[in-house]
Design a protein around this ligand. Structure first.
Ligand SMILES: [Cu+2]
Length: 176
Protein backbone atom coordinates (compact mmCIF):
# COMPACT_ATOMS: atom_id res chain seq x y z
CA UNK A 1 0.00 0.00 0.00
CA UNK A 2 1.26 3.40 -0.92
CA UNK A 3 1.10 6.04 1.84
CA UNK A 4 1.90 9.58 0.88
CA UNK A 5 5.05 11.09 2.43
CA UNK A 6 3.11 13.94 4.07
CA UNK A 7 0.53 11.58 5.44
CA UNK A 8 3.30 9.55 7.07
CA UNK A 9 4.77 12.74 8.48
CA UNK A 10 1.46 13.88 10.01
CA UNK A 11 0.88 10.39 11.34
CA UNK A 12 4.25 10.60 13.09
CA UNK A 13 3.62 14.11 14.44
CA UNK A 14 0.20 13.23 15.87
CA UNK A 15 1.61 10.10 17.49
CA UNK A 16 4.32 12.23 19.08
CA UNK A 17 1.71 14.67 20.39
CA UNK A 18 -0.30 11.88 22.00
CA UNK A 19 2.84 10.49 23.66
CA UNK A 20 3.68 14.04 24.77
CA UNK A 21 0.25 14.58 26.33
CA UNK A 22 0.45 11.31 28.23
CA UNK A 23 3.97 12.18 29.40
CA UNK A 24 2.99 15.63 30.75
CA UNK A 25 -0.08 14.23 32.54
CA UNK A 26 2.02 11.44 34.07
CA UNK A 27 4.69 13.92 35.14
CA UNK A 28 2.09 16.22 36.70
CA UNK A 29 0.50 13.35 38.58
CA UNK A 30 3.61 11.64 39.97
CA UNK A 31 6.78 13.57 39.13
CA UNK A 32 6.03 17.06 40.42
CA UNK A 33 5.40 15.96 44.01
CA UNK A 34 1.81 17.15 43.95
CA UNK A 35 -0.47 15.24 46.28
CA UNK A 36 -4.20 15.15 46.46
CA UNK A 37 -5.69 16.03 49.81
CA UNK A 38 -7.06 12.82 51.27
CA UNK A 39 -10.14 12.36 53.39
CA UNK A 40 -8.27 10.96 56.42
CA UNK A 41 -9.19 14.07 58.41
CA UNK A 42 -12.70 12.66 58.61
CA UNK A 43 -15.88 14.51 59.40
CA UNK A 44 -16.67 17.05 62.08
CA UNK A 45 -19.75 18.87 63.35
CA UNK A 46 -19.42 22.36 61.77
CA UNK A 47 -20.71 23.91 65.02
CA UNK A 48 -18.08 22.16 67.12
CA UNK A 49 -14.84 22.06 65.18
CA UNK A 50 -12.97 23.01 68.39
CA UNK A 51 -13.86 19.61 69.88
CA UNK A 52 -12.42 17.63 66.99
CA UNK A 53 -9.88 15.17 68.36
CA UNK A 54 -6.49 15.63 66.68
CA UNK A 55 -5.06 12.70 68.67
CA UNK A 56 -5.66 11.17 72.09
CA UNK A 57 -6.33 13.95 74.57
CA UNK A 58 -5.61 16.80 72.15
CA UNK A 59 -8.44 18.68 70.51
CA UNK A 60 -8.55 21.16 67.67
CA UNK A 61 -8.96 24.10 70.06
CA UNK A 62 -5.90 22.94 72.09
CA UNK A 63 -3.61 23.61 69.12
CA UNK A 64 -5.55 26.54 67.63
CA UNK A 65 -2.74 28.98 68.45
CA UNK A 66 -0.64 31.30 66.29
CA UNK A 67 2.45 29.40 67.41
CA UNK A 68 2.60 25.90 65.96
CA UNK A 69 2.46 23.03 68.47
CA UNK A 70 5.46 20.69 68.57
CA UNK A 71 4.60 17.02 68.16
CA UNK A 72 7.93 15.17 67.84
CA UNK A 73 11.19 15.53 65.93
CA UNK A 74 10.62 18.24 63.35
CA UNK A 75 6.86 17.79 63.12
CA UNK A 76 4.50 20.50 64.22
CA UNK A 77 0.76 21.01 64.06
CA UNK A 78 -1.51 23.98 63.75
CA UNK A 79 -5.30 24.18 63.72
CA UNK A 80 -6.99 26.95 61.74
CA UNK A 81 -10.63 27.85 61.59
CA UNK A 82 -11.39 29.10 58.07
CA UNK A 83 -14.48 31.20 58.49
CA UNK A 84 -16.29 34.28 57.14
CA UNK A 85 -13.97 36.23 56.67
CA UNK A 86 -10.86 35.35 58.62
CA UNK A 87 -8.36 32.62 59.25
CA UNK A 88 -8.18 32.04 62.99
CA UNK A 89 -5.24 32.08 63.64
CA UNK A 90 -3.57 33.74 60.65
CA UNK A 91 -5.54 36.93 60.04
CA UNK A 92 -5.22 38.98 63.24
CA UNK A 93 -1.72 37.65 63.92
CA UNK A 94 0.52 35.50 61.74
CA UNK A 95 0.83 31.77 62.24
CA UNK A 96 4.40 31.03 63.33
CA UNK A 97 6.34 27.88 62.54
CA UNK A 98 10.09 27.20 62.91
CA UNK A 99 12.36 26.63 59.92
CA UNK A 100 13.23 23.03 58.99
CA UNK A 101 9.84 21.85 60.13
CA UNK A 102 7.11 19.64 58.77
CA UNK A 103 3.81 21.23 59.64
CA UNK A 104 0.42 19.55 59.51
CA UNK A 105 -2.37 22.06 59.12
CA UNK A 106 -5.84 21.07 60.30
CA UNK A 107 -8.57 23.33 59.05
CA UNK A 108 -12.32 23.28 58.83
CA UNK A 109 -15.16 25.74 58.37
CA UNK A 110 -18.01 26.54 60.76
CA UNK A 111 -20.01 28.31 58.04
CA UNK A 112 -19.58 28.04 54.26
CA UNK A 113 -17.05 26.59 51.82
CA UNK A 114 -13.69 28.37 51.86
CA UNK A 115 -10.30 27.70 50.36
CA UNK A 116 -6.86 27.87 51.88
CA UNK A 117 -3.85 28.60 49.75
CA UNK A 118 -0.29 29.51 50.67
CA UNK A 119 1.24 30.73 47.42
CA UNK A 120 4.73 29.26 46.99
CA UNK A 121 3.89 26.05 48.90
CA UNK A 122 1.87 22.93 48.14
CA UNK A 123 -0.98 24.14 50.35
CA UNK A 124 -4.03 24.75 48.19
CA UNK A 125 -7.28 23.08 49.09
CA UNK A 126 -10.95 23.56 49.76
CA UNK A 127 -12.26 23.86 53.30
CA UNK A 128 -15.69 22.30 53.54
CA UNK A 129 -18.09 22.60 56.51
CA UNK A 130 -18.40 19.15 58.06
CA UNK A 131 -15.01 17.96 56.80
CA UNK A 132 -11.65 18.23 58.54
CA UNK A 133 -8.97 19.14 56.01
CA UNK A 134 -5.51 17.85 56.89
CA UNK A 135 -2.52 18.95 54.85
CA UNK A 136 1.22 18.67 55.48
CA UNK A 137 3.82 21.14 54.31
CA UNK A 138 7.60 21.44 54.76
CA UNK A 139 9.30 24.74 55.57
CA UNK A 140 13.06 24.61 55.00
CA UNK A 141 14.06 28.22 55.48
CA UNK A 142 12.81 31.44 57.08
CA UNK A 143 10.16 33.11 54.94
CA UNK A 144 6.83 34.85 55.01
CA UNK A 145 3.84 33.45 53.23
CA UNK A 146 0.45 34.92 52.59
CA UNK A 147 -2.68 32.88 53.23
CA UNK A 148 -5.64 33.46 50.94
CA UNK A 149 -9.13 32.11 50.60
CA UNK A 150 -9.64 31.03 47.01
CA UNK A 151 -13.28 29.97 47.11
CA UNK A 152 -15.88 32.71 46.86
CA UNK A 153 -17.41 32.70 50.33
CA UNK A 154 -19.55 35.85 50.56
CA UNK A 155 -19.45 39.62 50.68
CA UNK A 156 -16.10 39.80 52.51
CA UNK A 157 -14.35 37.12 50.51
CA UNK A 158 -11.73 39.43 49.01
CA UNK A 159 -10.61 40.51 52.49
CA UNK A 160 -10.16 36.94 53.74
CA UNK A 161 -6.40 36.63 54.05
CA UNK A 162 -3.66 36.03 56.58
CA UNK A 163 0.04 35.36 57.06
CA UNK A 164 2.38 32.57 58.04
CA UNK A 165 5.91 33.26 59.23
CA UNK A 166 8.69 30.70 59.11
CA UNK A 167 10.90 31.77 62.00
CA UNK A 168 14.69 31.14 62.08
CA UNK A 169 15.57 28.32 64.49
CA UNK A 170 17.51 30.60 66.87
CA UNK A 171 14.52 32.96 67.16
CA UNK A 172 11.93 30.23 67.69
CA UNK A 173 10.26 30.65 71.06
CA UNK A 174 7.97 27.62 70.99
CA UNK A 175 8.72 24.02 71.87
CA UNK A 176 11.32 22.22 69.78
CU1 LIG B 1 -13.40 32.41 52.48
Amino acid sequence: MQIHRYEKLWFGVSLLLIVGFIATITYGAVGAGIQMVGDEGGTVDPGEIGDYEIRDGTTFSDIQEPQATHVEGDSYEVAVSSQQFIFNPGTSEPIQVPENSEVTIYTSSPDVIHGIKLPGTNVNTMVIPGEMTKITVEFDEPAEYGIVCNEFCGAGHETMAGNLEVVPEDEWEGDA
